[in-house]
Write a protein that binds this ligand. Structure first.
Ligand code: SF4
Ligand code: SF4
Length: 442
């Protein structure tokens, strides 16, 4: 896919769609509007018109592709095997190249985020630290009280109230570079700490490492890691995504590990397709194939190696848990059974199915900022479904979903329901084996 446009993309990918419409009922935007244009089939027709030279990349096309969640529910439903993920990323890259959405504010915002912050892990952590100071020093409430946020650029204004709470210490302070299991080492793995996971949920990274250690894995976690590039690829910055892929491969040579572990559904879905980004790079093409084969979602890996059943439950008493599927885990990576089988290992808990568990929660990267109405609609549907179950715990394996659903439940006033990563539950259970008050082994 390296640097392809819709016009240069292998035409068979576009031709694969046989217009059967099986994907339509699974598409959240089509479900809302019932308009063909807002469906996967409609979007593929528009892309094909561009490839055929019948249509130019214009504002309407850009808006349509921005309305698409990229949730890939259509890809799961499609009997013809249409690679919607590839089409979607190529279309977004075409839109960026065409400049139809270029505007001074947007350009600056993209430069700050995609070209600077998410290219420099130290700068991203510094921005996170500054954000935390802003959130904790009373400055945030002052700015809100005085209405000063009105003076900020539009993108920042929309982002500010939704900005997640930044953690006091990031993964590099919680996890040592090399950690050894207490028992025999069965495997050697690398641990990817992610961007949002690192800034907002570094405890989930710690929990993941604890679970790996409890399962005989020796864990390598470099304190500073590049971004995986998924944000760049989803936003049409293919060259930057390729650059980040090379940096990742340099830091984690695939032949040194049994697995390269990610615990974020959104990252995993991108991470295991580096070969598509680097297939015309003579030095990295083979390495990228080896890399793709080694990338494992933590849940997939644990099931593959036979996860040890914890001897204690995660909580002092029994609990009912339900599971929300991250789109990029379920549709992007087809990982649906493994998280459930791990949750079923937890003593003293009951797993109940969430109605419409694979329906997108509306998080989808920056979607909640670019398409707030549709995002809120999806979020309400998700929290209504959650509240229809007797669960007090929602497990989900993607930081975007975790933040979005927690925000939705808070808005609904459903304070008694926690949203957690499955690794947090497993880690809690392993810790409780050593007694109810055992501290994390740091
Ligand atoms: S990715 Fe999701 S929103 Fe986009 S067309 Fe497919 S199902 Fe619809
Ligand atoms: S299900 Fe697949 S083949 Fe059928 S209309 Fe949708 S994308 Fe095309």
């Amino acid at each position: 896919m390296a640097h392809h446009t819709l016009k240069t993309l292998d035409y068979s990918v576009l031709q694969q769609c046989m217009h059967c419409g099986m994907c339509l009922p699974t598409c959240p935007t089509y479900d809302t509007t019932k308009r063909e244009r807002n469906s996967p089939r409609g979007r593929i027709s528009l892309m094909r018109a561009i490839a055929d030279g019948e249509l130019e990349v214009n504002d309407t096309f850009a808006d349509e592709m921005s309305y698409c969640l990229g949730c890939l529910a259509c890809q799961t439903a499609c009997p013809a095997g249409v690679n919607y993920a590839e089409l979607f990323e190529t279309a977004r890259a075409d839109i960026e190249r065409s400049g139809v959405k270029a505007a001074p504010g947007r350009g600056l915002w993209r430069t700050i985020t995609l070209r600077f912050l998410f290219m420099r892990p130290d700068a991203l952590r510094l921005a996170g630290t500054l954000m935390r100071v802003y959130q904790r020093s009373g400055l945030e409430s002052l700015v809100r009280r005085l209405g000063l946020i009105r003076l900020a650029p539009a993108a920042l204004r929309k982002l500010e109230p939704q900005a997640p709470r930044i953690a006091p210490a990031f993964s590099n302070r919680l996890i040592r570079e090399h950690e050894m299991p207490g028992t025999n080492t069965r495997y050697r793995v690398a641990m990817l700490t992610g961007c949002i996971q690192d800034l907002v949920f570094p405890d989930v990274n710690r929990d993941t490492v604890d679970v790996l250690l409890a399962n005989g894995c020796r864990v390598f976690t470099p304190p500073e890691q590049p971004c995986c590039g998924s944000l760049h690829a989803h936003n049409g910055e293919t060259a930057l995504a390729a650059k980040l892929a090379r940096r990742m491969i340099d830091l984690f040579p695939p032949d040194e590990f049994d697995a390269i572990i990610t615990n974020a559904g959104g990252c995993g879905s991108h991470l295991r397709h580096y070969s598509g980004l680097l297939d015309d790079d003579p030095h990295y093409a083979d390495l990228a194939h080896a890399w793709d084969a080694k990338v494992k979602d933590i849940q997939e890996w644990l099931v593959e190696i036979g996860c040890r059943t914890p001897l204690a439950g995660p909580f002092a008493g029994p609990a009912t848990i339900t599971y929300h599927e991250s789109c990029h885990l379920a549709h992007g990576q087809k990982i649906t059974k493994q998280p459930r089988s791990l949750l079923r290992l937890l003593p003293d808990t009951t797993l109940v199915e969430l109605p419409e568990s694979t329906w997108c929660c509306g998080s989808a990267g920056v979607y909640a900022i670019t398409q707030p109405e549709q995002a809120d609609l999806l979020l309400k549907r998700k929290t209504d479904n959650i509240r229809s179950t007797p669960s007090t715990i929602v497990a989900t394996a993607n930081p975007g979903c975790q933040l979005q659903i927690a925000r939705g439940l808070k808005n609904d006033g459903a304070a008694g329901i926690d949203v957690v990563h499955p690794m947090t539950l497993l880690a809690k259970a392993y810790r409780r084996e050593r007694g109810p008050d055992a501290a994390p082994p740091t």
